[in-house]
Design a protein around this ligand. Structure first.
Ligand code: GTQ
Length: 354
């Protein structure tokens, strides 16, 4: 038995009495909770999960008959991680949802402290307007709504349009930094032509006197056509990386950092028959299958392996620090999103390449 300097050790009951006594003074003993507060390694609460787009599309379309986009403000079905129901989280950190806009509808203009990305899943030709510039959206485009920018969405095409929304809601909520405002009209006035930002900032050039106004990329639509061409050229030019295949990160051209300050985004090409080597990282990962088919195998903490089989438009998540591998059956393109961008700024990102 250990003794203190006075040669006394209190028994369990005496300790409990002490805890009750200090409780009234809003004090609590650290040693009862220390191991939980400072664990040996990450223990994500989320679980790996896949949403089969073909299976959930009827629910998304039915929500269109339930209420208008205007009434809903944003007509979205939230992708709730099965282990985190009711918390509006797709991974431990990020929010994900599928937003529907029907032909002729407008989701009214507002702005908020949270950053959002849109990844286009279904339909073609609706637009998002960000601070007075409209961008027309096509399949697999990656579109950003930076924090505190006015944005409305509209659909002038003939078909329903669905995209994935990913927001840093819980990060901003953690710091209690949330603000939000509604614009008095449905649409924020358009002041620049479609494509203006991509021309100024997205050609490997920057305006001569450009000074960044925020931590977010000044490009707000990264068209899939360009991303695919880059990946395909890499695929033709050389061998894939054993852990990543051919993988590119979306960047802010003015800083070289991730395109968004809190959410990291990537696109990767995995050749048919290739299998990635096991990889784990502290960020909670989300994926959308853009092209191809295959499966992802995730090793759970109890040693069991969870297999998720994907095809185009399926959304799936791999919580942080779980080793996993991708197994494309045909040439595959995967979009990726995670909280890595925020973790790197806090100095807590880690990865292990097996
Ligand atoms: O489009 O502004 O899925 O504010 C959740 C919150 C979308 C949006 C969401 C939002 C938006």
């Amino acid at each position: 038995m250990e003794m203190n300097s006075a040669g006394i050790v209190r028994n369990a009951e005496e300790r409990k009495a002490f805890y009750s006594k200090i409780d009234g003074a809003h004090l609590a003993p650290l040693w009862e909770v220390l191991k939980g507060l400072v664990p040996a390694e990450p223990r994500p609460a989320a679980m790996p999960h896949l949403w089969d787009y073909d299976a959930i599309r009827p629910h998304i379309i039915e929500s269109g008959a339930l209420l208008t986009a205007k009434e809903a403000e944003r007509r979205v079905l939230v992708l709730e991680n099965p282990a985190l129901r009711g918390q509006s989280l797709i991974t431990d950190v990020l929010y994900g949802g599928l937003q529907l806009i029907l032909p002729g509808e407008v989701a009214p203009a507002h702005r908020h402290s949270q950053s959002a990305l849109r990844f286009i899943m279904d339909g073609d030709g609706a637009y998002t307007a960000v601070n007075g510039e409209k961008t027309t959206m096509h399949y697999a485009d990656f579109v950003i709504t930076p924090a505190w920018t006015w944005h409305d969405h509209g659909n002038d095409s003939a078909n329903p349009m669905v995209w994935l929304d990913v927001l840093d809601l819980s990060i901003v909520a953690h710091f209690h930094g949330q603000f939000r405002e509604d614009w008095e009209e449905e649409r924020f006035p358009v002041s620049r032509p479609d494509g203006d930002a991509l021309a100024r900032y997205g050609a490997g050039l920057l305006p001569i006197d450009y000074k960044p106004q925020s931590a977010t990329s000044p490009i707000f639509n990264y068209p899939y056509e360009r991303t695919r061409e880059a990946l395909f050229s890499m695929h033709r030019a050389g061998d894939p990386d054993p852990h990543f295949g051919h993988k590119l990160k979306y960047i802010n051209p003015a800083s070289g950092d991730w395109a968004m300050p809190t959410i990291a985004t990537t696109m990767q090409w995995l050749p048919a028959g290739f299998a990635t080597r096991p990889y784990q990282s502290t960020d909670g990962l989300g994926f959308v299958c853009v092209e191809g088919a295959g499966e992802t195998r995730v090793t759970l903490p109890d040693g069991q392996v969870k297999i998720m089989t994907w095809k185009p438009r399926d959304v799936f998540v791999v919580p942080g620090w779980l080793p996993h591998t991708h197994h494309p059956a045909s040439d595959t393109v995967l979009f990726g999103f995670s909280d890595r961008s925020a973790q790197e700024k806090l100095g807590i990102f880690r990865e292990k390449r097996h």
